[in-house]
Design a protein around this ligand. Structure first.
Ligand SMILES: [Zn+2]
Ligand SMILES: [Zn+2]
Ligand SMILES: [Zn+2]
Length: 389
C-alpha cells in the first residue's frame, strides 16, 4: 500500500508517550486534572519534518524567505524606449483658472465666493513640471510551516520530493497591481497528533477547572437560603453545572476542532508588489512639491518592458539623471530578493499655474495644478470669520 511509509514516518516522529494511540470517545476521561497554566499554542519544533528544498522553513511568519534561483536562460537586454518626437507644453486658460478657483471656494463652507468670482486676474505664470516615475513589478516567495484540523485531507508527504519553491505554478498576476497567493506546497502534508490537546480532541474547561460544576452562586455553596429554605437554584446541592462546558469538565480543542489530529504542511506565500519611485523636477513656483503627489499629469512618455533602459534624450537633464539612478537602484535592490517581472517608466507633465489677482485693491495668489485642476490658496481674503461680502 502506497501510504504505508508515510504512516511509519509519522509514528516515528510522534513525540508523545504512546504514538498512534488515540483513545476512543468512551475511554476518554470525563474529567481532567486541574488545567495547566495557559501556555503558548506554538507547535513544538519536532512536529515538522525536514523537507528537501525547504530546510529553512519555520512555523509562523517572518522566516523562510526564498531568493530566486539564478536564471538559466540569458536575460533579455533592456532596449531604449520609444522615440519621443516632441515634448510639448500646454498651459491653462484664464477661464479654467477662475472656474477651478470658484469650485475651490465653494468647497469651503466658510469661504465667500467673492474673491474667486470677482477678483481680477493680473498674471498667470506657468510653472509646469515633469514627473518621472519608475515602477518595478516584483514577485517574492516565502514559506512557513502551517497546520489545520485534520478532516481527511490528502496526506502526501514523502510520496515524492516536493517541487522547488520557485517551480510551483501560480496564477498570472495583473502587472503593476499588488497581489498575493498562498499555496499549499505539494508533497509536504502529513498528519500529526494535535500538540495542544495531546491528541485528546478536548481540553479541560478553564471556567470550572475541569470539574464540570462550580459553587452555586445563589447560596454560595451552602445549599440553603435564609436559614432553613433549600436553595432552588441548585436544589440544595450547593453546586451548579458549569455553563461553559455544559457540565462536562472539558471543551472541544480549538486547535484541532476536536479532530485530535492536525494536517501539517508547508505554505508558500507568493507576493506581487509594485515598487514605485517618483522624481519631480523642482518648479520654483512656491507650491510645495509634496502637493504634486495628489494629482496626475499629462503622460508624455511611457515605456513598459521586462527591464527598461533609462529614458534618453529628454530635454531636462535632471529627468535623465533620475531615470539612470532609479533604474540602477531598482535592478540592484529588487533582483537580489525577488524576481523582477516587469518595469514601466513614465514621464508626466504636471501643469502648475500661479495666478495673481486683485481683490479690493490688494494682490493675492493661488495655484492651479494637475489634470484635476486642484487649487491651493493660502490667506484667502474672504472667509466668513473675518470679512463681509
Ligand atoms: Zn444553591
Ligand atoms: Zn466548565
Ligand atoms: Zn487538539
Amino acid at each position: 500500500m502506497e501510504t504505508q511509509p508515510i504512516m511509519n514516518h509519522q509514528n516515528r516522529n510522534y513525540g508523545v508517550a504512546n504514538p498512534g494511540y488515540v483513545p476512543a470517545a468512551e475511554e476518554r476521561p470525563a474529567m481532567f486534572a486541574p488545567p495547566a497554566a495557559e501556555g503558548p499554542s506554538a507547535p513544538p519544533v519536532g512536529m515538522f519534518d525536514s523537507m528537501p528544498g525547504y530546510e529553512g522553513t519555520v512555523a509562523g511568519g517572518g522566516g523562510g524567505f526564498l531568493p530566486p534561483p539564478m536564471p538559466i536562460h540569458p536575460q533579455p537586454m533592456p532596449e531604449p524606449g520609444p522615440e519621443q518626437p516632441q515634448w510639448n507644453i500646454p498651459s491653462i486658460s484664464e477661464d479654467t483658472a477662475r472656474d477651478a478657483f470658484v469650485l475651490f471656494a465653494s468647497s469651503k463652507c466658510c469661504y465667500s465666493k467673492g474673491p474667486a468670482k470677482d477678483g481680477v486676474i493680473t498674471a498667470m505664470d506657468a510653472f509646469n513640471t515633469y514627473r518621472y516615475r519608475l515602477e518595478t513589478y516584483t514577485e517574492t516567495r516565502s514559506t512557513e510551516w502551517s497546520h489545520e484540523p485534520y478532516h481527511g485531507q490528502p496526506v502526501d508527504a514523502y510520496a515524492q520530493p516536493p517541487p522547488g519553491p520557485w517551480d510551483i505554478h501560480t496564477k498570472t498576476p495583473n502587472f503593476f497591481v499588488d497581489d498575493k497567493q498562498v499555496i499549499k506546497v505539494p508533497y509536504t502534508s502529513s498528519m500529526k497528533s494535535c500538540h495542544v490537546c495531546v491528541g485528546m480532541g478536548r481540553k479541560p474547561c478553564k471556567d470550572c477547572a475541569g470539574a464540570g460544576n462550580k459553587v452555586c452562586w445563589v447560596c454560595n455553596g451552602s445549599g440553603y437560603r435564609h436559614g432553613e429554605d433549600r436553595c432552588h437554584h441548585c436544589s440544595g446541592r450547593g453546586r451548579e453545572n458549569c455553563s461553559h462546558c455544559q457540565g462536562q469538565g472539558s471543551r472541544q480543542c480549538e486547535m484541532c476542532h476536536g479532530k485530535q489530529q492536525l494536517l501539517v504542511y508547508i505554505n508558500l506565500t507568493v507576493k506581487w508588489t509594485n515598487n514605485t519611485d517618483n522624481y519631480v523636477v523642482e518648479q520654483l513656483s512656491g507650491l510645495p512639491a509634496n502637493h504634486l503627489s495628489e494629482v496626475s499629469g499629462k503622460e508624455l512618455f511611457r515605456d513598459t518592458q521586462y527591464m527598461v533602459y533609462p529614458v534618453m534624450g529628454f530635454p531636462d537633464p535632471s529627468v535623465v539623471n533620475a531615470a539612470q539612478r532609479f533604474v540602477k537602484e531598482h535592478q540592484g535592490k529588487y533582483s537580489q530578493t525577488s524576481r523582477i517581472l516587469q518595469q514601466r517608466q513614465t514621464i508626466e507633465l504636471i501643469p502648475v499655474t500661479k495666478v495673481t489677482y486683485l481683490w479690493k485693491g490688494k494682490s493675492h495668489i493661488y495655484f492651479v495644478y494637475g489634470n484635476e485642476f486642484k487649487v491651493k490658496a493660502d490667506n484667502y481674503p474672504a472667509t466668513c470669520c473675518c470679512s463681509v461680502m
